[in-house]
Structures are given as C-alpha cells and as structure tokens.
Ligand binder design. Structure first.
Ligand code: ZN
Length: 260
C-alpha cells in the first residue's frame, strides 16, 4: 500500500500540464491532418505560403518529435476553398474545418483581434470521442507578429497547436504551454509539454500484453523495419513472460499460500 501511495504522490506532483478539455479531450486518431486556410496573412507580415512552411517547420521542431507520444501532425498545405475570414473559432469549426482535422489560418477581423498584442488563438471542439475539429487563427490585424522572427512565429504556432491538439496551459515556466509568452522565446518543448502530449496520444501498445505487442509490430512495420514483426514479437513475448513470473513471485511473498 505504501508503495502505491508514494507512487501516486510522485505522479501527482510531477505534472503541471493541463488539458484543453472544456469541449473535448484530444483527437481520436494519432495522425491528424492540418489544412492551411487561403486567407491573406500580410497584416501579420508574411504570405499565406510562408504560413504553410512555418506550420510544417513548427510541427517538425516541436510536436512531431516526441518519441514517447504516438502523434503525427500532417500538413496538407493551402486549401484554396478554405476561407476563415471574419469567423470566430466556433463558426469556423462548425462551417469549414474537416472532420478530425486542424485548420490554421490568418484572420484580421475575428472577434478579439482588435488588440494587436494578441498573436493568435486556437480551440478544439469534439462532438463525441471520435469526432473532433480544431481551429488555429493567427492575428493579421496589424499584429505584433510583424516584428517577430520566423523562429519566434513558429514557436507561437507550436503553442497554439498545443491547444489545437487538446492541451491547456502549463504552470511550468519552461514549457511551451506556459500561459504567458512574455518576452520568452521557446525553442523546444519542456518536459511538461512532453508529458502532456504523451498522456493525450500514448503509444497504444505499451503495457498491453501479447495482443498489444502485435499492434507495436504494425507500427514499426510502417517505418520499414520489416525484420521486426517476428523477432520483435518473440522478444516482447519473452519479456512479458518474465514479468508474469516476477509478479507471481511477488504475489506469493505478499500472500503466502497457506496449507491446512
Ligand atoms: Zn495559450
């Protein structure tokens, strides 16, 4: 019992990430499509095509790099018929965002963008656990983004993408999802960001026993490791058997078998 209690306390104190779960708790799929809205970004100091490339670089530098999470944000580029001009988050989600996708774009007159110091915002809405949509809007209304470097804008995009995939703000100052960007320029994810995205998008197969390991086989096979399916499965099954033996021994120590 003491064992479990101390473990609980460690877990409880180790995380300070929060979830953006007022309207959903992250996408049902780990492979999430991103579409770039065709709107003009010139009020923010860059072209729509530049936004496309910054979104790609941002996901590559931040969220797609987390080895403990099974998340892949896939940028499909600019969608010509995708127009978010003047739409609030909710309106955009209800009218233009494809199912289980994120739309990112510029908007110069969304409500709340009358203040140039607001750089952007994002939200996720899930109708059910299998149907989510997210919108990420950058402020192109003479926004302070004009004075930002490409890398700084990529960090802003990464922070908003964090909200779009289901994360809320973190209390940890060194994390990307810290609530205030202030003058800080975040170049990488903090441990708290990594913990958050790993919690929302875990590798499905971890700790699931034999059938779970078969799932892992499929994933590694996707990465062209064609030797893994047989030998990897055997190693994992051997590991699972060892673990089972250890648990049995442990069980007998705690509850010694009594003979009448
Ligand atoms: Zn935020």
């Amino acid at each position: 019992m003491k064992y479990f209690l101390s473990l609980f306390l460690i877990i409880h104190s180790a995380y300070s990430f929060t979830l953006n779960e007022s309207k959903g708790r992250g996408f049902p799929k780990n492979n999430i499509n991103i579409y770039i809205a065709s709107n003009d970004c010139s009020g923010a100091g860059f072209s729509t095509n530049k936004l496309r490339s910054m979104v790609s670089d941002s996901v590559a530098k931040f969220w797609n790099k987390v080895s403990t999470a099974d998340l892949y944000l896939d940028n499909h580029g600019i969608k010509d018929d995708l127009d978010i001009d003047g739409l609030t988050h909710e309106q955009a989600i209800n009218t233009v965002v494809p199912l289980n996708s994120i739309v990112a774009g510029c908007n110069d007159d969304a409500s709340g963008f009358n203040d140039p110091t607001i750089l952007g915002s994002a939200s996720i809405i899930c109708e059910s656990s299998s149907r989510c949509r997210s919108i990420l809007i950058l402020n192109s209304n003479n926004s302070a983004l004009n004075s930002f470097s490409t890398s700084e804008i990529e960090a802003v995009i990464a922070h908003e993408l964090g909200h779009a995939i289901g994360l809320g703000h973190s209390e940890t100052q060194h994390s990307l999802m810290y609530y205030s960007t202030g003058n800080k320029y975040q170049k990488w994810l903090g441990q708290d960001d990594i913990d958050g995205v790993t919690y929302l998008y875990p590798h499905e197969q971890e700790g699931c026993g034999f059938l779970g390991n078969m799932g892992a086989t499929i994933k590694l096979d996707d990465k062209n490791d064609h030797n893994f399916p047989f030998s990897g499965l055997m190693i994992l099954s051997f590991g699972a058997t060892l673990l089972l033996f250890r648990l049995l021994i442990h069980y007998r120590e705690i509850f010694p078998i009594k003979l009448n």
